[in-house]
Design a protein around this ligand. Structure first.
Ligand code: AHR
Length: 634
């Protein structure tokens, strides 16, 4: 293998390797958004979904869900509880089951808050974290100290004394009186950056560890919605959380996979929080907006062209929300939420998986408006989901003709497809629109350990494919695997990069491959060949190389997709000297191997030091392995 370290063939964009986030598989509510109470504001289609009402002293009509539509359009429902002479937990309780139970950690503080209204004082709320059988594992008391006609907010804390995987939360009422309750909320105190009402820290940390170049959000199909009424509208996801109107999640009734009738989007994780998370982890924000079309896999609902105005305005206003001065209408809203500095948004997607002439017509209107007002914002155009189909080519050609900044390609294909597509981008026009490989994953239908499982074979094929993506970093400027997260007890789609339950998390083999690419992206692609040809599958070998000019380091990625070990001699042609030893990071395993909660790093990298002889390094590549060779230049 010859590496021409002085022959820089492409610049690697800082955005090259990113992540795709969607609220699918309990990704946000029940996942990244750390709220433990399901249906905290009684707005689910079934108003008491997630809640159980019980007690000897609760008669019919004592606990009601009331609707004040006129007074609070976005959050009309609340719970009214009337109790007389309640003395023990057996008298009057409401219990929340959590999303799939609640993860409770010993020694951790839990922050409870509630909005309430009571004409007069008289009730005490006993708060209890409980195990599955209803045994208390932590308690607190909240005595509502305001009365009158207005709503109040009050908080209390509880400490858990036991680890529980699937706990629940109970309020039992003591005393006599009537109280209205809304936004009943419980968060662990250990959220990301300890932000009240924030994100699950272990999940954000997994992303931060990858140092992603960008975060694409909020999806995915939820951008489009099953119908336009249920499309994602970013303006409804900012501001005080009690004013964020929830909608049914598009994955609530997914028919192909597991339905989850309790799957709603509360938008506690809304656009402000997405921008903030991006900033926290050093990633560019890449929001995707609805283009006036609902999900074409479900319905062909479109907004007529002459009514597209509000959709376009949403896109323009988003730039102002992210970047505008605090004196601007939307910049002020950002400042009011605690972030007067701009978020420095640079790009935006128009449409998710949309296609056809209807898409092109709508896209043209968005593009004109955006480029007129914000010429520096790069726009991402969709090219659908069939990477080998005529529709895909047609759309890509149209986008190229229109000089699109980025074309968003999606492919969920077999591992074989990924292996054989390592040369996919070699033939793309380097001077045309850039590619954003916005959603991809190897889907393996016929595995001995189950279909669509994140095993090593899938990750190995993705790694092989990504050598071709990296080699063509002047065409592909951004790439993200999808979907990102899945909850083991509530998912619609598999494979996924990271799996969680209520208290634990693990990265799949795919996660470790993605992380290696991201952490080792370098600054420039350098020429790497064997027999003067790109290394893209011959002898089951795939390779690409980058140089990191900041660290003065050469990074060579080699994938051995065969069941046999092979030793390759890498010869580096460079004006600079090489260090006398190199670090070889490798991931190798059986094709069937998977990670799990019990064995979270079974498939993960190990490092070894190997000798460099002058300008040559002999690298032993294990069977089925992904290898990253780091050679310092002197
Ligand atoms: O990643 C899961 C889904 O796959 C996304 O929501 C959609 O864009 C694609 O079809």
């Amino acid at each position: 293998i010859i590496v021409n370290a002085d022959k820089l063939t492409a610049k690697v964009q800082p955005t090259m390797w990113g992540v795709f986030f969607e609220d699918i598989n309990l990704g946000a509510d029940g996942g990244l958004y750390a709220e433990l109470i399901k249906n905290r504001s009684f707005e689910f289609t079934t108003p008491l979904m997630g809640w159980a009402v019980k007690g000897k002293k609760i008669a019919e009509g004592d606990v009601l869900v009331l609707n004040r539509q006129e007074a609070a359009e976005n959050n009309p429902r609340y719970l009214q509880v009337k109790v007389k002479d309640a003395e023990t937990p057996a008298d009057a309780t409401i219990t929340n089951e959590g999303f799939r139970g609640m993860g409770i950690k010993k020694g951790l503080k839990y922050d409870f808050s509630v909005m309430y209204r009571q004409a007069s004082k008289g009730l005490k709320l006993h708060l209890e974290l409980q195990d599955e059988n209803g045994k208390s594992v932590g308690s607190g008391i909240l005595t509502p100290n305001e009365s009158g006609i207005g709503w109040n907010k009050q908080s209390a804390s509880l400490m858990a004394n036991t680890d529980i995987k699937k706990g629940k939360f109970q309020i039992w009422f003591e005393g006599s009186g009537s109280i209205d309750l809304d936004m009943i909320s419980l968060f662990p105190a250990n959220t990301w950056k300890k932000r009240p009402g924030g994100l699950r820290a272990d999940m954000v940390q997994m992303l931060a560890d990858m140092k992603p170049g960008f975060v694409r959000f909020p999806g995915g199909c939820i951008v489009e919605g099953r119908d336009l009424a249920n499309r994602y509208q970013w303006k409804k996801t900012i501001g005080p959380i009690e004013e964020r109107e929830l909608i049914m999640n598009r994955w609530n009734t997914e028919f192909k996979h597991k339905p989850a009738p309790d799957y709603f989007q509360t938008f506690g994780l809304g656009f402000f929080e997405y921008f903030q998370m991006c900033e926290d982890i050093g990633a560019e924000a890449l929001p995707i907006l609805n283009c006036g079309m609902a999900c074409q896999f479900n319905t062909a609902e479109l907004v007529p062209l002459d009514q597209l105005g509000p959709y376009v305005q949403d896109a323009l206003d988003l730039v102002e929300f992210a970047n505008g001065p605090v004196t601007s209408t939307w910049g002020k809203k950002r400042a009011d939420m605690g972030h007067p500095e701009p978020f420095n948004l640079k790009m935006m997607g128009i449409g998710n998986e949309n296609w056809g002439p209807q898409y092109l017509e709508r896209l043209a209107i968005f593009t004109k408006a955006m480029k007129d007002k914000y010429p520096n914002i790069k726009l991402i155009n969709s090219s659908g989901t069939d990477p080998d189909g005529a529709r895909f080519d047609q759309l890509n050609n149209a986008h190229r003709k229109n000089k699109a900044d980025f074309i968003d390609e999606h492919y969920y294909r077999s591992p074989e497809w990924f292996f054989s597509n390592a040369t996919r981008y070699d033939s793309y026009d380097k001077n045309s629109s850039k590619v954003f490989a916005g959603e991809y994953a190897a889907h393996n239908k016929n595995e001995p350990n189950g279909p669509n499982i994140n095993n090593w074979r899938a990750a190995l094929s993705e790694a092989a494919f990504l050598t071709g993506v990296e080699r063509n970093a002047d065409v592909v400027n951004m790439a993200s695997y999808a979907p990102l997260f899945a909850h083991t007890d509530g998912w619609q789609w598999s494979p996924d990069m990271i799996w969680v339950d209520n208290t634990s998390i693990y990265g799949t083999p795919t996660y470790f491959v993605q992380k290696q690419y991201s952490l080792n992206k370098g600054t420039n692609v350098v020429d790497i060949k064997k027999g003067n040809k790109v290394i893209a599958g011959k002898d089951s070998l795939y390779a690409s190389a980058v140089i990191d000019q900041n660290k003065n380091e050469l990074i060579i990625k080699m994938v051995n997709a065969s069941n046999k070990a092979q030793t390759q001699t890498v010869q580096v042609k460079s004006a600079k000297k090489l260090a006398s030893t190199a670090i070889l990071t490798s991931i190798a395993n059986d094709l069937k191997a998977v990670n799990s909660f019990d064995d979270a790093t079974k498939v993960s990298p190990t490092d070894e030091r190997i000798d460099v002889k002058g300008k040559n390094v002999a690298v032993a590549l294990k069977p089925y392995s992904v290898n990253i060779l780091h050679i310092a230049l002197k």
